[in-house]
Design a protein around this ligand. Structure first.
Ligand code: AMP
Length: 217
């Protein structure tokens, strides 16, 4: 089963993808996570990407397409992939179609998580994660049970994304409206797009996503 999760930054794509990954033995392929790994490792791609990401803009299509193609190949042997944060432009969506056809992979669900802009800003500007296991938290909505200690792994180190500041968030939202939202009609025209309300507790939203995924293929 292969799934695309679409929606603006802060819609909860990564959170939902992690749950789907676990329940259905899929591989979450987040282009944002991949780029952050490249930045951390100090690769040439990471150095190029860092400036663009901190500005809240999109990394060039050719770099993203090459990166994701390899990862799709590496995921062979699992039950499928969840694409999280890709595609984000029309050329990426077209390249993905071609890639999937060449690799003989079928796309089962394209799910758009819908969320209002004021909620996005509130969500993004308080989030942080465990530096060790990646568990996600929020200053207001999801604190650790014991202050300063990760619920999942006990680590005391946390990180905040450098692009979760108000100015960059505004640019990321603008990039979404201008470059990513136009791909929604592309999938709608193919008849594969399904919408989910992204408002509510993580489990409520997951239930909506799961209904689509379980009811389909
Ligand atoms: P995300 O973690 O999905 O919010 O992505 C963080 C940042 O990485 C974005 O603001 C972009 O700068 C970059 N990025 C992630 N995925 C893509 C993509 N598919 N195309 C272009 N840039 C991307």
């Amino acid at each position: 089963m292969n799934i695309i999760l679409l929606g603006p930054p802060g819609a909860g794509k990564g959170t939902q993808a992690k749950q789907l990954e676990e329940q259905f033995n899929l591989v979450q392929l987040s282009t944002g996570d991949m780029l952050r790994e490249e930045v951390k490792a100090g690769t040439a791609l990471g150095q190029t990407a860092k400036k663009i990401m901190d500005a809240g803009e999109l990394v060039p299509d050719d770099l993203i397409i090459a990166m994701i193609s390899d990862r799709i190949d590496q995921a062979k042997g699992k039950n499928g992939v969840i694409l999280d944060g890709f595609p984000r432009t029309t050329p990426q969506a077209e390249a993905l179609d071609q890639m999937l056809a060449e690799k003989n992979i079928q796309l089962d669900h394209v799910i758009q998580i819908e969320i209002a802009e004021d909620i996005i800003v509130a969500r993004l500007s308080g989030r942080f994660g465990c530096a060790k296991c990646g568990a996600g938290y929020h200053d207001e909505f999801k604190q650790t049970q014991k202050e300063g200690v990760c619920d999942e792994c006990g680590s005391t180190e946390f990180i905040r994304r450098s692009d979760d500041n108000p100015e960059t968030v505004r640019n990321r939202l603008a990039a979404y409206e201008k470059q990513t939202a136009p791909i929604l009609p592309y999938y709608a025209a193919k008849g594969t797009l399904q919408k989910v309300d992204g408002l509510g507790e993580i489990e409520e939203v997951y239930h909506r996503v799961e209904e689509i995924v379980s009811g389909g293929s």
